[in-house]
Write a protein that binds this ligand. Structure first.
Ligand code: ZN
Length: 94
């Protein structure tokens, strides 16, 4: 736990909901209400929302992070549908 770089008040741990059921840990200054994310938590978030595609059989696959799958109630064998838009693939539970 660190102190606020602006007012030197001890920061409090809190969490922010990024999307329903997916949280990021933040440190909040109770005095000036600034928020910080640790380098480690930043890396964890980057890893959560950025994945590499890989070949499996003749197809490309992407692993869905467990935290996001749980938030969307997607399990092994769940049926998913996807939409393809310009430079986007939108995957959702059917
Ligand atoms: Zn402060």
């Amino acid at each position: 736990m660190t102190n606020c770089p602006f007012c030197n008040t001890r920061l409090k741990e809190d969490r922010r909901e990024l999307l329903k059921g997916v949280f990021a840990k933040v440190e909040v200054c109770p005095k000036c209400e600034e928020e910080w994310v640790s380098g480690e938590e930043h890396d964890r978030m980057m890893n959560l929302f950025k994945r590499k595609a890989f070949l499996t059989g003749g197809s490309l696959a992407v692993r869905l992070p467990r935290e996001i799958a749980q938030a969307l109630k997607i399990k092994d064998g769940s049926e998913l549908s996807f939409k393809v838009a310009k430079n986007k693939v939108i995957i959702e539970p059917s």
